[in-house]
Design a protein around this ligand. Structure first.
Ligand SMILES: Nc1ncnc2c1ncn2[C@@H]1O[C@H](COP(=O)(O)OP(=O)(O)OP(=O)(O)O)[C@@H](O)[C@H]1O
Length: 248
């Protein structure tokens, strides 16, 4: 296996006595598409929150490319190449898709200023390239709120990619997406990740999606990992089938 991009070691977090991370250690390797599955409330999102600086663990560390990022702010972590999709509120749902993309690029450039024009030729080109990357080139002129849910999710992913991340964290990429849309969405996501050589970690409840797309799976239970392996390995584990997949 390749070297880890991100390594978490011995993470502990409790909320009012509930252990959301109970000595969690994980390694995310370059190029993998790593799934996290597990029952509601088992601590999956807490791990994403720790890795992106939104929650500080009471002990343990997170190391990105050899640098300790445990106590950095979310913004500082994002600048080091860790992006998160489905985090940015849809403040501009009345705007066109291309305008949202240019806003995301402007925010990444740190050019939040009324005197700076939002639309420049290079930013428009970059926005279009990102939309093309996720298969939304034809949606550039549409109003964001009018997009089907699968396309809106891809727009959120394109917004996260504006940061040029090395590691993308996704919390349930297919939630709220129709059965017809979820595989095309995943295909577009996988293609974008491959083209940009981005490693990804995703929390997912849809086991068909995990079985089909994950390169490795971590199974969460009560604040820690109860099993891990390739999708076929974890899905043939009786405990996992009983506790997580819901099949005896
Ligand atoms: N900011 C917080 N304040 C208080 N309790 C929290 C906070 N974040 C998480 N928790 C609690 O920590 C536990 C783990 O929550 P977390 O959201 O990480 O689980 P999850 O596996 O992502 O769940 P789901 O699949 O339902 O999204 C839960 O009991 C949750 O209520």
């Amino acid at each position: 296996m390749t070297r880890p991009i991100l390594e978490a070691k011995g993470l502990h977090v409790s909320f009012n006595g509930v252990r959301a991370a109970d000595d969690v250690s994980i390694a995310v390797h370059d190029g993998e598409f790593l799934a996290i599955i597990g029952p509601n409330g088992s601590g999956k999102t807490t791990l994403l929150n720790i890795c992106t600086g939104y929650i500080r663990p009471s002990s343990g560390s997170v190391v990105l490319d050899g640098h300790d990022i445990t106590r950095l702010s979310p913004r500082a972590i994002a600048r080091r190449g860790v992006a998160r999709a489905f985090q940015i509120p849809q403040l501009f749902s009345a705007q066109r898709v291309i305008d949202n993309m240019m806003l995301a690029l402007a925010a990444t450039d740190g050019l939040w200023s009324v005197v700076q024009p939002l639309e420049t030729a290079s930013r428009r080109d970059e926005a279009r390239a990102l939309l093309e990357l996720v298969g939304l080139a034809d949606d550039a002129g549409r109003i964001s709120s009018k997009l089907p849910e699968g396309h809106r999710k891809l727009m959120d992913i394109a917004v996260a990619l504006a940061l040029k991340p090395r590691l993308l964290l996704l919390d349930e990429p297919t939630s709220g997406v129709s059965a017809l849309e979820r595989f095309p969405l995943m295909e577009a996501l996988m293609s974008a990740l491959r083209q940009r050589r981005i490693t990804a970690l995703f929390v997912e409840h849809d086991m068909d999606v995990v079985a089909r797309y994950a390169s490795r799976v971590l199974v969460w239970s009560a604040g820690n990992i109860m099993a891990e392996g390739r999708p076929d390995e974890v899905f043939s584990n009786a405990q996992v089938r009983q506790r997580v997949v819901g099949v005896a």
